[in-house]
Design a protein around this ligand. Structure first.
Ligand code: GUN
Length: 303
């Protein structure tokens, strides 16, 4: 981390911790009532360093709140057919309340096909077209974890969103597109005017400078520079790129999509990397798993 003095940091780690405490209390109640504790399963294919870390953190978070967790690991030569068969197994396993397939998958596996194979009621990543469609329509849905984590973070930090101009940079299915939809919803925690920018956007810097809230989700380290940010804007950094760094024991530094050293002194509030959006994603995944276990969105077949 660069030596910038900031009293405007948005502490995603602490906010996620608060949510986990709330979830743990609900799990304790379920246990006291003699009910089954929520059970999250994660499928991890291959050995991508970033994915290994994410999945490990997801499993640890389950333990932290009293969930059961199962990690299913496969080599990166698993066939698409075999992976789809594992998904079908989890779909039909009454012990498993929700599961995720960590992305990215090896090139020979079609991620859309895998996501569509997950039963929407167990899709705690909120990636299935049924959950995306219900979210767009304003129906109860399992919401994608990073976008809902961003909205929750803004809300719990007391950052006013109603009527504000949010500029989202990046149109991925996982973050950019869904967060632009959520921020525009007629909700107390949203109600933004949203501009979704991407690789073909003309005058990107100019558009960003009109933002009250910038959400950077392009996966390009330090892409957002000082000239792109209006003084006083709120800056949410979704990027987590591993950049080689020989001075680190791990051999890399985690870089966000925002040039923190330049932008932090300008912003009224900014999320750090790490410790900003990342922990919120995990907290919202746990919340989705709790909702799935309780049959809150889709009633349980046996309930
Ligand atoms: N890869 C990067 N972010 C995510 C996520 O939120 N869920 C899954 N399954 N894979 C990811």
């Amino acid at each position: 981390m660069t030596s910038v003095t900031t009293n405007n940091l948005i502490d995603g780690k602490q906010t996620a911790e608060d949510i986990k405490v709330e979830i743990a209390a609900e799990v304790a109640t379920l246990k006291a009532e003699g009910k089954k504790v929520p059970h999250l399963a994660a499928i991890l294919v291959g050995h991508d360093g970033g994915s290994e870390t994410y999945v490990r953190n997801k499993v640890l978070a389950c333990e932290r709140v009293g969930f059961q967790s199962t990690l299913l690991r496969y080599e990166d030569d698993i066939t698409e057919t075999a992976l789809l068969a594992k998904v079908a197994e989890l779909n039909h396993d009454p012990e498993i309340d929700g599961f995720i397939v960590q992305l990215p998958l090896p090139a020979h596996i079609n991620p859309e096909k895998v996501i569509e194979a997950i039963r929407p009621e167990k899709d705690v990543d909120g990636f299935h077209p049924m959950n995306i469609g219900r979210m767009v329509a304003g129906l109860p849905a399992l919401l994608p974890a990073t976008p809902s984590g961003i909205v929750e973070l803004l809300s719990r930090q007391g950052i006013k969103t109603s009527g504000k101009h949010a500029v989202v940079i990046g149109r991925s299915n996982i973050v950019g597109t869904p967060v632009s939809i959520l921020l525009a919803k007629n909700l107390d925690t949203a109600n933004c005017t949203v501009t979704l920018c991407h690789s073909r956007t003309e005058n990107l810097a100019e558009i960003c400078r009109t933002a009250d809230i910038v959400v950077a989700a392009i996966g390009r380290p330090e892409f957002v520079t000082a000239d792109m940010v209006r003084p006083g804007a709120v800056v949410i950094d979704v990027g987590t790129t591993r950049v080689p760094d020989a001075t680190k024991k791990s051999g890399y530094t985690l870089k966000g999509d925002v040039n923190f050293a330049e932008v932090a002194p300008l912003a009224s509030a900014i999320t750090p990397v790490p410790g900003g959006v990342g922990p919120m994603t995990i907290a919202m995944l746990l919340l989705n798993t709790l909702r799935a276990a309780k049959g809150e969105i889709y009633p349980k077949a046996s309930a």
